[in-house]
Write a protein that binds this ligand. Sequence first.
Ligand code: PXP
Length: 244
Amino acid sequence: MNTREFIRLGVNVDHIATVRNARGENDPSLVELALVAQHSGADLITIHLREDRRHIRDADVFDLKRHLKIPLNFEMALSEEILAVALKAAPATACIVPERREEVTTEGGLDAARHLGAIKRFTQTLQDAQTDVYLFVEPDLKTVEYAAQAGVKGVEFHTGAYARAFTVPERRKAELVRLETACKAAAALGLKVHAGHGLNYFNVSAVCAIAELHEFNIGHAIIARSLAVGLEQAVFDMKALLTR
Ligand code: PXP
């Protein structure tokens, strides 16, 4: 069997909720389209319940949990209010992310050194409730050590810098080396290694070649492409790129 068949694709459906919220009705239906993604090869569905609820809302978390047959990955800030929702919804995994209200999207990794105490407390609480915890961090070695200290199951490396460097060959190479080095260090410490942010149909293959990476969380590129080719085809094409 092709070992890359073990690679999982998490489809981030936040932007389906963005479109729905533009008109305040239930159109399109988030659950219906998450089920299409599930049917088309998504291995998990990822959502980010932001503190300002700009896309995903509390009810979406419970509706998705009820209807999906694949795991729900819940991205969350270090917020007591969001932690309470996570404990109630009991997703398979939670990924702790930094969050600033004025940002358009999650702009960088979590400052694990600065927030280590809170990260440890959230991790213990969630993992006691059978939700595995991941930290969304920059691919650097010191941060990997903090993640290991925090007792999390793994890390999701922020691939935004790689994605931005993609069109400049030397910078792309440097970012890939940085990512691969961090992946190896994390795996050596017993952490599971995921990646996400800014990945698309053109830049994902090079990252996919890093043997330690087993899961990719991809949102914007898939939802954007679905407008042209449909969600089923958009998910199918991304999964094919990851597993070929
Ligand atoms: N992973 C995490 C932790 C994220 O916060 C995001 C963005 O919400 C993604 C993956 C997906 O990023 P993109 O929408 O750029 O594919």
